[in-house]
Design a protein. Structure first.
Length: 480
């Protein structure tokens, strides 16, 4: 085996050099400044430098961020396929055995807003602070950021504005329309002159500009001065560079004004611009499921779940009784996966659950339901092996929905499937997932069913539902 290096003393001499000699590893020292002799090492260093310079150029940040860019480049390169590995294989996958998750990647150097921990907030003060996203860290969930004062921190609760790059300071209000920006686009100068009384009237699809007053009133009347204020507010939040992009493709002053109002009306907050969703992950909530490109798929999954609940008579529409409070509901989504972790298309799951945290004491009674511990399962398996018993395990589909509720629980209308009457609520007849008492109700049902078929609960074993058949040749462990 051979090891090639640049001849550094810490590699050739000392404990490391002695270790190589003891292991029979031959050392090769490259000639000074003969970079090709270092082969892949020099090529990888060059690749990191090129990637870091690309990140700096794209973000517009100064060389002060060069170290952060190199670390980010190294993090990204480990998650990109290389020519030395099989197709579509990354170094991360070779080292860990799993494909890297890329859903947390963000535009390097973009503007972001990190949360201020409650312990560090002041009364009535802000809850987030502006920062620049500068990278990642191995083995940690979150992002590395740098605030406007140059202090680094790591946070997992960050809102990104990837349309704004390299912004090192907040522009001052009143100085938004600087000479450089106005010189960059002459049309902005014309737009600014309209502050002194010009009115723009939009009627149908046409726009007319006049120097005096107009008889048009209502929503069709656009005041250029208010237009400038709205644009200023938008630019104040995003950046001068981002605001310039809204005027680059305009061919006239009139189209510029129209574009301002349309864009601001559609996206009043840059943080709420249309997002790119990771379709390899299930939606987090109904709002995301409705906004994704595969919204029809999840709508069909919700409809299947709702049809199942109605066929099983899980709830029925009614009116809310006096003095009672309805419990909220929400959708939970998931993919069904093949053994190789690939998604089974057409089998997307949507489950309706209750928000049990909003239940009141009158909505439930007992909530305790025992759960098997791993120690109990090991005892059962060891006992079955020693006595040569047969062990059976069963999975109950939609287990809780088999149990009836002993208390009246009212549910709010289902998100995305409103009733014609807004005052309609649902009376839950079965133990829907999410209710405080659902586990207890199913435990009581399961115990009764198993005892009715002749199984005896073993009270000396720590397992909550270890039941032995009257003929000691079979053993059944019931868990859910």
């Amino acid at each position: 085996m051979k090891l090639r290096s640049d001849g550094a003393k810490e590699l050739v001499d000392g404990p490391f050099g002695d270790h190589l000699v003891a292991k029979g590893i031959e050392q090769q020292v490259a000639i000074p400044y003969a970079h090709p002799q270092n082969g892949k090492a020099e090529r990888y260093v060059c690749m990191l430098e090129d990637t870091a310079q690309t990140l700096l150029a794209d973000s517009g940040l100064s060389l002060e961020f060069y170290g952060d860019a190199v670390l980010a480049a190294q993090y990204l390169r480990n998650r990109l396929p290389t020519s030395t590995l099989p197709p579509l294989t990354t170094p991360f996958e070779v080292m860990t055995g799993v494909k890297p998750d890329l859903s947390h990647l963000r535009a390097w150097g973009c503007q972001c807003y990190a949360i201020i921990p409650p312990e560090k907030r002041t009364k009535g003060g802000p809850r987030r602070f502006e920062a620049i996203f500068v990278g990642y860290e191995e083995g940690r969930v979150g992002w590395r950021i740098r605030d406007m004062h140059g202090k680094y921190s790591f946070s997992r609760d960050v809102i990104f504005n990837e349309d704004v790059r390299g912004r090192l300071k907040r522009p001052q209000r009143g100085q938004l329309w600087s000479d450089e920006v106005l010189a960059h686009d002459v049309r902005l100068q014309q737009l600014r002159t309209l502050q002194n009384g010009a009115l723009s009237t939009v009627s149908g699809g046409d726009l007319t500009v006049s120097g005096g007053a107009s008889d048009t009133s209502g929503d069709d009347l656009l005041h250029p001065q208010q237009s400038l204020i709205a644009v200023n507010d938008f630019v104040s939040f995003s950046s001068l560079a981002a605001s310039d992009d809204h005027f680059d493709d305009m061919t006239s002053l009139e189209s510029s004004i129209i574009h301002d109002h349309v864009s601001l009306a559609a996206h009043p907050n840059p943080l709420h611009l249309p997002k790119i969703f990771d379709l390899s992950k299930a939606p987090m909530n109904y709002r995301e499921a409705k906004a994704r490109p595969d919204a029809d798929v999840w709508r069909a999954a919700m409809q299947r779940e709702l049809d199942t609940l109605r066929d099983r008579n899980v709830f029925q529409p009614t009116t809310l009784s006096a003095g009672r409070r309805a419990v909220g509901t929400r959708w939970v989504f998931a993919y069904k996966l093949h053994p190789d972790r690939s998604i089974i298309r057409g089998k997307e799951k949507a489950r309706l659950i209750a928000q049990g945290f909003s239940q009141r004491p009158e909505d439930f009674g007992e909530t305790y339901a025992p759960v098997a511990k791993m120690m109990s399962i090991r005892v059962v398996l060891a006992f079955a092996a020693a006595e040569n018993y047969e062990v059976f395990c069963y999975d109950v589909k939609s287990a809780f929905l088999h149990a009836l509720l002993s208390h009246q629980v009212y549910l709010k209308q289902i998100e995305g499937f409103p009733e014609a009457d807004p005052s309609t609520v649902y009376l839950a007849l079965q133990a829907i997932y999410g209710l405080c008492q659902s586990s207890h109700e199913f435990y009581c049902l399961l115990r009764k069913v198993l005892e009715d078929i002749g199984l005896i609960r073993c009270s000396l074993v720590v397992s909550p539902l270890l039941l032995i058949h009257r003929f000691p040749c079979r053993l059944l462990v019931a868990t859910w």
